[in-house]
Ligand binder design. Structure first.
Ligand code: SF4
Length: 331
């Protein structure tokens, strides 16, 4: 394992969550006891394992694959407090965006949720890492950084590599565990080994490979950039072999957009509107399921029709996984 001598933050280590469920801090994923019937567990569950809360829609990048390009006003802290109260029971919250670190009061938001024993994760482009790292250290389980590998690729498809990396270092200097997410195009396939090499040097817990969804900016992508599920699996297999050859440490995850992954995420917009995501035949791939400003997540969960997909995905049963015991996690 790569060891840069970074200050070790005690992981919010393997938190037991009842029902044989646990959150494995090192691999940033949920686990279930061997032999767990996930279908049965999902059907008798009363709330989600994981939800994505958009604390802002603003962002300083304009990634070529970004799905979240429509702007909405930021929720006020008082509204976020109500959402937090209504989200209680959800095991993990992604404090997401847009770019969540664009909010100057992001530290206050983290404090607000950290007090309630949620596992917190932050999907970020890291450009504002320096401003927030100290304040959020020890309170978030991990930061998930979007990076498509080397400078030339990241600059082309995402934003500015040289703004991302200082933020990554700032988060690491405060001991915040990181993982990487890379959106995969046909034209970026060849760079995937470099992405994992970078992740290894950064001591990232995992690298998640994600296929673009046809929404927002991705509607303007050349059709040739979308690879098939089969091609994605083949590329993932090759990457797994290289991981073994080069003894890269990060776990690898691949999520493709198959029927068994449909609607598995719950995304809460700044207005409190909760949606199943992605629902392939719905407008904007969102299927509205309620509003967490108005009702508790337990009520919303009752009408959520993708419970099994949700549990299977977050317990690693519907994704390709290499390393760290096969659990899954993703925004
Ligand atoms: S994908 Fe993320 S980092 Fe890129 S523009 Fe959208 S919100 Fe910003």
């Amino acid at each position: 394992m790569t060891d840069l001598g970074l200050p070790a933050v005690p992981p919010r280590s393997d938190l037991s969550m009842g029902d044989g469920l646990a959150f494995a801090a090192r691999g940033h994923h949920f686990t279930a006891a061997p032999g767990t019937d996930i279908q049965e567990l999902a059907q008798r569950s009363t709330e989600p394992l994981s939800a994505i809360l958009q604390v802002t829609k603003r962002c300083d990048f304009d990634c070529s694959f970004c799905s979240e390009v429509l702007q909405l006003p930021d929720p006020k802290l008082t509204q976020l407090e109500t959402m937090r109260d209504h989200l209680k029971g959800t095991k993990r919250i992604f404090l997401s965006g847009g770019e969540p670190l664009m909010r100057r009061d992001f530290g206050e938001i983290v404090d607000m949720f950290a007090d309630d024993n949620f596992v917190l994760a932050v999907p970020t482009n890291a450009t504002h890492g320096l401003q927030h790292a100290k304040r959020i250290a020890g309170k978030v389980a991990f930061a998930n950084i979007g990076l498509e590998g080397p400078r030339g690729i990241t600059n082309r498809v995402r934003g500015d590599y040289d703004k991302v990396m200082p933020g990554v270092r700032a988060l690491q200097d405060e001991g915040i565990p990181i993982s990487l997410s890379a959106v995969v195009y046909r034209s970026t396939l060849a760079a995937l080994p470099f992405t994992v090499q970078i992740a290894d040097v950064l001591n990232a817990g995992k690298v998640k490979l994600i296929m673009p969804l046809r929404k927002g900016n991705a509607l303007n992508l050349d059709a040739n950039e979308f690879i098939t599920d089969g091609e994605a699996s083949e590329a993932f297999g090759r990457l797994g072999e290289l991981r073994s050859t080069y003894q890269w440490s990060p776990a690898l995850r691949l999520t493709t957009w198959t029927p068994e992954n449909e609607g598995h995420m719950i995304v809460v917009e700044p207005t409190g509107k909760a949606n199943a995501w992605p629902v392939y035949d719905s407008k904007d791939l969102f299927e509205p399921i309620g509003n967490v400003l108005e009702e508790p997540i337990q009520e919303i969960w009752k009408r959520y029709r993708f419970k099994e997909n949700h549990y299977r995905k977050y317990l690693g049963a519907s994704i390709r996984a290499i390393g760290h015991g096969g659990g899954g996690c993703a925004a």
